[in-house]
Design a protein around this ligand. Structure first.
Ligand SMILES: [Zn+2]
Length: 148
């Protein structure tokens, strides 16, 4: 199961998948997911993908629950997910500090040459979840997953 917008990263890497549990009363499988962004069109596809996978593994009556609290944050992207995003030319968001202080300036590094000399061209990249940035060093445009 792969985010249709970020095909190299699994929903597990993105931290969308919260849990997969069996309801002890009914024996039904309950999959809990948290959407990355409200209105992110990828979530409908992800839900459909999960449903297909559950049917394929013999759980046609499984339930896919969407929880919005706690809200998904880019912190949930795993290290493996960040590495895959970088490899795909998508700048992964900088992790927020653990003490809850959000740094005021986040250097967005160019996924191609690693230069921090970058600028945002547009708040909207190829999808609603990404912004379009450009590297001043190598002049390459790139998608950056918006940090919350
Ligand atoms: Zn560059």
């Amino acid at each position: 199961m792969v985010d249709p917008e970020i095909r190299v990263v699994t929903i597990d890497d993105l931290g969308i998948l919260r849990s997969v549990q069996e309801d002890p009363a009914t024996g039904r499988v309950v999959v809990t997911i948290t959407p990355t962004y409200t209105g992110c069109p990828a979530m409908d596809v992800i839900r459909a993908d999960i449903r297909r996978a559950l049917v394929a593994t013999g759980h046609p009556d499984a339930e896919v629950r969407t929880v919005h609290k706690p809200a998904w944050s880019t912190d949930w992207i795993s290290d493996a997910g960040r590495a895959k995003l970088a490899a795909a030319g998508i700048a992964p968001p900088a992790p927020a500090r653990r003490d809850g202080v959000v740094p005021l300036t986040l250097a967005v590094r160019c996924p191609r040459c690693g230069s921090p000399e970058t600028e945002q061209i547009s708040r909207f990249g190829s999808t609603a979840c990404k912004a379009l940035w450009r590297c001043r060093s190598c002049a390459e445009p790139f998608d950056h997953v918006k940090a919350l």
